[in-house]
Design a protein around this ligand. Structure first.
Ligand code: AMP
Ligand code: GLY
Length: 422
């Protein structure tokens, strides 16, 4: 089979490393991929948002199956465009990807179908939003409606901060058209759990749960980042919580999308908060999470490509999705200064025994060397019988990866380990 993967980060590298295990796979193209991914796939410099370029490439190269991983091309209709040329894809069409593409849509969906989430109001006029904030409970959460590179959520601790956030989105247009409409919602508290799921629109099969570490600094301090590390499974996602999520959130969401004529096929990501009132949805993503994928897929016992094809064909109910009875930890090696400003171009050395566990996010070639080109450079994942061992092993490996100005959080998994010990 000739496979095409759209995207170019650590998540895509993890997908490619899993797909490669299927003996039917003849060649994998990554568009655009990166120079680390180039060691595992053929990279082609076509941007993930160049829908025409992607479709033309797929047709010219007789692609049998495409996997569209990032949110932008999904929301832009990359799957629709490939399907129109007869190319089967993993990923939702644009109509379904709106579950991530518009927060106003997803909040209204949850309200309409009684899916637990934070209470909220939506606004398209700045004055009305500011008026509402005069009496709204504080802290409060302001969200830009559209995609905003994961930065469109502001948690305001004071009324002034909340008003500034609204102005930055609606007056200064910090997120462009994404901030034309906004959601103001109740601030929730509790541990966060990420649950990625496979769904073919008929059934939903949750993957193993995971925990992201979004802040740049140890002890969850500093700025929000794209994710500094992950562990799986997430100890807060107990069997009782999982049962409630299935009944109150996962199945109702799939059914709601179907009822709206927006059947979702692909990976639906549930960002959950386990509150005192039970699990609630913080956000939906229409795709695999990054860096959640880097701990979830290494724990998958079944064949990923087979599952993906079953999702496309609507036969997921008859397909094995089995997980290892083990734990995984991924530590991200970033460049010092990320997410604000950082230097690029330093040579990266990855020991040969660490390479199979390495997922490259931001690197390019300089001669035959690999040099860092992004804030998040790579992630290293360990799979071990226990979480404690997985954390220790992930650090042992990532500490042997060398590049100048390398920065890793030192406490990935610490909160999860504490929860297990309790
Ligand atoms: P998002 O960009 O939607 O993933 O949101 C970023 C982060 O903001 C989430 O991972 C949560 O930690 C936090 N967050 C979002 N919505 C809420 C909320 N209603 N209450 C508390 N924290 C939230
Ligand atoms: N790790 C969160 C996300 O992919 O959105």
């Amino acid at each position: 089979m000739r496979i095409l993967v759209v995207g170019g980060g650590g998540r895509e590298h993890a997908i490619i490393k899993s797909i490669k295990k299927n003996p039917m796979v003849e060649i994998i193209y990554a568009l655009p991929g990166n120079s680390g991914i180039a060691r595992d796939a053929v990279t082609v410099s076509i941007a993930a948002t160049d829908i025409n370029g992607i479709v033309n490439f797929a047709v010219d190269n007789e692609i049998d199956y495409a996997i569209v991983a990032p949110d932008d091309p999904l929301v832009m209709g990359c799957v629709d465009a490939l399907n129109a040329k007869g190319i089967p894809c993993f990923g939702p069409d644009a109509k379904a990807a709106i579950i991530e593409g518009s927060k106003v849509f997803s909040k209204d969906l949850m309200k309409k179908y009684g899916i637990p989430t934070a209470a909220y109001e939506t606004f398209s006029e700045m004055d009305a939003a500011i008026e509402y904030l005069q009496t709204a409970p504080i802290p409060t959460v302001i969200k830009a409606d559209g995609l905003a590179l994961g930065k469109g959520v502001i948690i305001a601790e004071t009324r002034e901060e909340a008003i500034d956030a609204v102005k930055s989105m609606m007056e200064d247009k910090k997120f462009g058209a994404s901030g034309e409409n906004i959601v103001i919602e109740e601030f929730l508290e509790g541990p966060e759990v990420s649950v990625l799921s496979f769904t073919d629109g008929h059934v939903v099969v949750p993957m193993i749960s995971s925990m992201d570490h979004k802040r740049a600094g140890d002890g969850d301090t500093g700025l929000n980042t794209g994710g500094m590390g992950t562990v799986a499974p997430n100890p807060y996602y107990t069997e009782a919580v999982a049962e409630r999520c299935m009944k109150e959130i996962f199945v109702p969401t799939i059914e709601a999308m179907k009822a709206e004529g927006r059947t979702f096929k692909g990976c639906l990501y549930f960002g959950l908060m386990i509150t005192a009132d039970g699990p609630k949805v913080i956000e939906y993503n229409c795709r695999f999470g990054d860096p959640e994928t880097q701990v979830v897929l290494p724990l998958l016992k079944s064949d990923l490509l087979t599952i993906m094809q079953a999702v496309t064909e609507g036969t997921l109910a008859y397909t094995d999705v089995e997980w290892m009875d083990a734990s995984a930890c991924c530590v991200i090696a970033a460049s010092e200064g990320y997410p604000t400003s950082y230097e690029k171009g330093y040579e990266i050395e990855i020991p040969a025994d660490v390479w199979p566990n390495t997922f490259v996010a931001g690197a390019k070639s300089q001669g035959d060397k690999l040099v860092n080109s992004g804030g998040r450079v790579l992630g290293v994942t360990a799979v071990e019988p226990t979480l404690k061992e997985a954390v220790a092993k992930a650090y042992e490996m990532v500490d042997r990866v060398k590049f100048d100005n390398k920065y890793t959080r030192r406490d990935i998994g610490a909160r999860a380990l504490k929860a297990i010990e309790k």
